[in-house]
Design a binder for this molecule. Sequence first.
Ligand SMILES: Nc1nc2c(ncn2[C@@H]2O[C@H](COP(=O)(O)OP(=O)(O)OP(=O)(O)O)[C@@H](O)[C@H]2O)c(=O)[nH]1
Ligand SMILES: [Mg+2]
Ligand SMILES: [Zn+2]
Length: 291
Amino acid sequence: MSSNALVIEAHSNRGAARLGSGEICAFHFPRRLERPLPGDRIVLDDKGSLLAVQPRLNEFGRGDPRGRFKAIAANLDRALIVIAAEPAPSPDLVHRYVAAALIQGIKPVIVVNKSDLPCPEQPPFSDLADLAALDIPIYRCRCRPEPQLDSLAQEISTGTSLLAGQSGVGKTSLLNALVPDLARQTGQLSRVTGKGTHTTTSATLHQLPGGAWLVDTPGVWEYGLWVMPSAELARGFPEFARLDQRCRFRDCRHLTEPNCAVRAASESGQIPVGRYHAWTRLLREQQRLGS
Ligand SMILES: Nc1nc2c(ncn2[C@@H]2O[C@H](COP(=O)(O)OP(=O)(O)OP(=O)(O)O)[C@@H](O)[C@H]2O)c(=O)[nH]1
Ligand SMILES: [Mg+2]
Ligand SMILES: [Zn+2]
């Protein structure tokens, strides 16, 4: 007899999944099979062996240092892009995560955690209005001294959301605040570098009290994309699409091409300069990784 299950986590050749009855069971799979991801719907035999992974609606992932796609979780409705005053993000980090989510067909949501700390008046914090103008929701919340995350809890009350962001911004703290009695381990920022210290080591799916799902993921220092055609990367910058018909070249990459309407719009302030620079740096990185 076979049964359907939802993957909670999976490592080299084994994992944990939730059966329809609500029971959590261990399962195993041969290493030669592609590793299932948290959020995957799978079929198991009665010995807990993986028979099939159902087709995925989408995957959230990142690029490895060589520009290859590394999947982290599957079947997501939202990517919660968590930033905080400490550790401060690099200016492009949020734009990269937003682009990745849009390219993968996942709704980006920005979460500014640690609202008890003063918000720096520098990018990307000063770019958040540009993202709100793209209809990307932005939530300010905190886990300390007492949690304040009611409107975020409302946003993620259906479907499956994923916590993404730098190490130490408080992803696991948000999870703990949202799921009473969970008490997952959280970390300290290093006194020396002010950076997080990679407390969470694997992606794990958790059920919220109202029944929705939340994936916690290990933090990164820098978020990189994978190598893809520039037309695909452009899906991460939807505000450029309104203008690019006016570029002289149909396949304009908006770098140094003559008569580029997107570059002109960034020079005149019609397109936010932070968004345009994030695009040019991503394209140059794509060229470096792809060559
Ligand atoms: N001041 C303040 N500190 C917070 C807040 N939320 C979390 N922290 C602290 O930030 C530090 C890192 O929190 P974690 O939840 O472990 O961060 P993480 O994003 O899960 O880190 P990784 O698992 O390494 O990716 C801990 O010391 C938390 O107590 C907050 O709202 N305000
Ligand atoms: Mg964590
Ligand atoms: Zn152009």
